[in-house]
Design a protein around this ligand. Structure first.
Ligand SMILES: [Zn+2]
Ligand SMILES: [Zn+2]
Length: 639
């Protein structure tokens, strides 16, 4: 007798050990049809098995369907096998290697004599559809390692043989077969290929065998797979939207910045892009000023000895740019924190000075591999809205509450309303007593509760020197960007000898809170460009207004309108060219200018302007003062 306990706590008894599929059938025909796999056990001991797996003893079992994250992973994984099956059917000489699941899909690496073409990709995708429709049963068998090596060698699959050879001898490996194709796989797998319906091949790229550029180049085919047709289409739509919003393309089209081979990963800001940058900086500067931060500025290059004390020289050296002078080694700062501690250490600080908040637009350099760089989002040189709060343990809570409120206001002003909160707690390797960690973790969680924020815990994800809150914003097309952090640090201030005189007269080490709201300004501006698809809100737009004359005759009036606006602090440009007005309007619309003011003879005679707002909205003719009032209203509402 085998007793199976289901997730709802109910139990079912079987005279003989049942398969997962048989258990599912006793629950309902719908579930039996939807079953992709089974999860035996719970928590850390849970393991996934095929629906054909026979359960030999009493167990807890959950039926996994495509509604579960695990189910989707099985679908994607199984689609990778289907891809390999199709490639082997069309290109029998191709050798299979590995095919893992990745975010939103999967890839599979093949050794083939030439790169696959877009036409190949279309043929492979079509073949996958055919093979799926055959609805072939997927079956599993287990072989001793050496037999599996010999088997794959006999098939001419040298890479598979090499992978299996690296498994310790004496072990067994499992193989999964669908039709004529058999692959090494831990499983589980969908029960039959007919379950794979909603997939698409995305692209092909070169990839080195085992990621080593000394090895041969393989052909990596990327694909995506989803549980439903709708989800697949939504995903493809999201990609299309992301492509349209790509900040690298918009940065070029709107003449905001460029990147250059002479400085990989470092941004050349053009006048319009730098205007946006300054708007963000000035806004954040006001945030510092109005919330009790003192703005400071530390040096760019600091002695190696300092980085040795903080541990960077030891652990982080290859990510730092270094230089030397008069036989001393230096590093370009990868972070601003030590500089702020050195400023804190000047003069004696007392408990009355705490909390002491420093803010800096700190320019940092990190020697990232060029392969990982991405537009202005992942760069080697960036500026953080970096702040450090020196405080007592008791002050952590209040500081975190104030910081969270501030962050929410800032994000809302930039047009983001959805924020995801996570508290990352103590890792195994850490410094500081459990009592201090308890206090700090509680303070972080409590601060979010008081702020009315739902949050999740990321157990063990804190830094070795303290827990943190991560603030992730969601953009207009549902993508998530982690920007803000509030990080408690029990360590660094002490390492560099910072202390304050407590009320009792004894010297104590302050707690240091590292915090940033937008994070890297470069990355944040990239996010803003993509969030707004280049149509930045008027308060951020490089040119808020363009005044365009209908004919050259009205150029002086257009210029005087622009001058008046400029006096009021409006960022304004003129277009006095001898071009058709329709052409001018089109051009500035493409440049996503928030307001275009058209002036001709009638406007000149009446002292008015004809206003066109972005998105081809004709707001009609207004007195100049009327337009200024409208613009200030727009700016005041920010979003
Ligand atoms: Zn597999
Ligand atoms: Zn810091």
């Amino acid at each position: 007798m085998v007793s199976i306990e289901l997730p709802d706590g109910s139990k079912r008894s079987f005279d003989l050990p049942p398969t997962v599929a048989e258990v599912a059938a006793t629950i309902g025909a719908g579930l039996a049809k939807a079953a992709l796999a089974g999860r035996i056990g719970t928590g850390a001991d849970a393991r996934l098995v095929d629906t054909s797996h026979r359960i030999e003893g009493d167990a807890r079992l959950a039926i996994v369907t495509d509604k579960d994250a695990e189910g989707l992973e099985i679908l994607r994984h199984s689609t990778a096998h289907l891809l390999a099956y199709a490639v082997k059917s069309l290109f029998p000489e191709a050798q299979v290697t590995i095919g893992p699941v990745i975010e939103n899909g999967f890839f599979y690496d093949f050794a083939y004599k030439r790169p696959f073409t877009p036409e190949d990709l279309a043929a492979i995708e079509q073949k996958m559809g055919e093979l799926a429709r055959l609805d072939e049963t997927v079956s599993r068998r287990v072989l001793p390692r050496d037999e599996a090596v010999a088997w794959f060698k006999s098939l001419g699959e040298d890479y598979k043989a090499e992978i299996i050879s690296s498994i310790p001898p004496g072990q067994e490996v499992s193989l999964y077969r669908e039709g004529a194709f058999e692959d090494l796989c831990r499983g589980p797998h969908v029960p039959s290929t007919g379950r794979l319906k909603h997939f698409k091949l995305m692209k092909v790229a070169g990839a080195y065998w085992r990621g080593d550029h000394n090895n041969e180049m393989l052909q990596r085919i990327y694909g995506t797979a989803w549980a439903t047709k709708d989800e697949l289409q939504q995903y493809l739509h999201r990609l299309e939207e992301a492509e349209k919003r790509d900040h690298r393309r918009l940065g070029r089209e709107l003449d905001l910045f460029h990147l250059d081979e002479h400085a990989p990963g470092l941004v050349f800001w053009h006048p319009k892009g730098w205007t946006v940058w300054q708007q963000v900086e000035q806004y954040m500067r006001a945030v510092y000023r109005d919330n009790g931060y003192l703005e400071v500025k530390g040096p760019q290059i600091l002695d190696k000895g300092l980085w040795e004390k903080t541990g960077h020289w030891d652990k982080y050296r290859e990510n730092m740019f270094t230089t030397e002078s008069e036989k001393r080694d230096y590093a370009l700062k990868p972070m601003n924190c030590p500089g702020h501690i050195l400023i804190f250490k000047q003069g004696i600080k007392s408990y009355r000075d705490l909390p002491l908040r420093y803010g800096e637009f700190g320019q940092c350099h990190r020697n990232e591999p060029t392969g990982g760089l991405h537009g202005i989002m992942r760069v080697r040189g960036f500026t953080q809205d970096d702040g450090h709060i020196f405080c007592t343990e008791e002050q952590i809570l209040e500081e975190c509450v104030a910081y969270t409120a501030l962050l929410r206001r800032v994000y809302a002003d930039f047009g983001f309303s959805e924020i995801i909160y996570k508290v990352a707690t103590r890792p195994d390797a850490r410094i500081g007593s459990d009592a201090i960690w308890d206090k700090a973790e509680q303070a972080l969680s409590e601060s979010l509760r008081r702020s009315g924020c739902d949050f999740k815990l990321s157990p063990g994800e804190g830094a070795f020197y303290g827990p943190k809150i991560e603030y992730t914003l969601k953009d207009a097309i549902g993508r998530e960007w982690q920007c803000g952090t509030m990080q408690v640090d029990f360590s660094m201030a002490g390492l560099l000898g910072a202390e304050y005189v407590a009320e009792t007269g004894e010297r104590r080490t302050p707690v240091m809170l590292h915090r940033a709201i937008v994070g890297s300004l470069e990355r944040f501006i990239g996010i803003l460009i993509e969030q707004h698809a280049g149509a930045l809100p008027a308060w951020l737009a490089p040119h808020q207004v363009v005044v365009a004359s209908i004919t050259e005759e009205h150029a002086p009036y257009a210029a005087s309108v622009a001058k008046m606006l400029q006096k009021q602090g409006v960022r304004v440009a003129t277009d006095l060219r001898n071009e058709k007005i329709g052409y001018k309007i089109r051009e500035h619309s493409v440049q996503k200018v928030p307001y275009i003011l058209v002036v001709g003879g009638k406007e000149q005679a009446d002292g008015t302007v004809a206003v066109r707002a972005r998105g081809n909205q004709d707001l009609g003719v207004m007195q100049l003062e009327g337009f200024v009032a409208k613009l200030s209203q727009d700016l005041a509402s920010r979003r």
